[in-house]
Design a protein around this ligand. Structure first.
Ligand SMILES: C[S@@+](CC[C@H](N)C(=O)[O-])C[C@H]1O[C@@H](n2cnc3c(N)ncnc32)[C@H](O)[C@@H]1O
Length: 233
């Protein structure tokens, strides 16, 4: 019998490589995306179970923002493409877009939310990426929604994201984002992490600088402030 090679009994040196903790292929069959053990979701991955049991549960399909998003969605041509940035598990907000007959794409940096999204809205494309370095499905969209997202980012990151809004929207494309109208810094109720609203005046200036005009502003019963805008043709 051949003598066994002693090297096989030696445990390998501990690797410094960060292995992906999960790998999800988006529902459109686009490139696989790998998640590293670095949180890109601004703390939401850590509170995903709590979120899924509350706002993200099927029992709460009439959540805050549903009425406003449905009204907005009804103003879009049926079948037009819309990307929901920071879509979470797809309930309650993205589901409204799907119900209104739009061609919906989701994007969220939390692997747990992406998995829940795939269960909740099977067949709707979703990418598990940060909005800060996403390729946004390598296409443009007729409309863009970012509900409860932009203020989770640092001020400089918000500036960059607003520039990306303009790049991913088609001419005449529509935009709906939420953030408090007054400039403010606070700790997010779920994650405890710092949130920053640049305020309506600065948001409108930054959006205007990249060709996005706000045509209407309103608030919902949860005091979320909506910026409803359009990209110049
Ligand atoms: C307040 S929750 C809102 C979720 C959903 N839009 C809703 O209305 O229920 C914020 C969401 O943004 C996601 N998020 C935070 N930072 C992100 C980033 N840099 N890129 C993509 N998604 C992010 C979180 O994972 C979370 O799903």
């Amino acid at each position: 019998m051949a003598k066994s090679n002693p090297s096989v009994l030696t445990p390998p040196a501990r690797s410094r490589t960060r292995w992906p903790i999960s790998s999800i292929v988006d529902a459109a069959g686009l490139a696989p995306c790998y998640h590293q053990q670095v949180d890109r979701s601004n703390g939401y991955e850590a509170v995903a179970n709590e979120f899924l049991a509350g706002r993200g549960s099927r029992a709460r399909t009439v959540g805050i923002g549903v009425k406003e998003v449905r009204k907005w969605a009804k103003t879009l041509p049926r079948g037009c493409s819309v990307i929901d940035l920071g879509c979470g598990p797809g309930i309650p907000i993205t589901a409204v877009l799907v119900e209104e007959g739009l061609q919906v794409f989701g994007l969220d940096a939390s692997p747990s939310f992406v998995a829940a999204f795939q269960r909740n809205l099977p067949g709707t494309p979703i990418a598990c990426e940060s909005v800060l370095d996403s390729r946004f499905f390598d296409r443009t969209f007729d409309a863009l929604l970012a509900w409860g997202l932009i203020f989770l980012l640092k001020a400089e990151e918000q500036h960059r994201l607003i520039q990306r809004f303009a790049q991913v929207l088609a001419p005449g494309g529509r935009l709906l984002i939420t953030s408090p109208a007054k400039p403010a810094v606070w700790n997010d109720a779920m994650t405890g992490l710092e949130s920053t609203s640049l305020g309506a005046t600065q948001y409108k200036e930054l959006l205007a600088a990249v060709g996005l005009s706000i045509v209407e502003e309103y608030e919902d019963e949860g005091e979320n402030h909506y910026f409803d805008g359009v990209k110049q043709k």
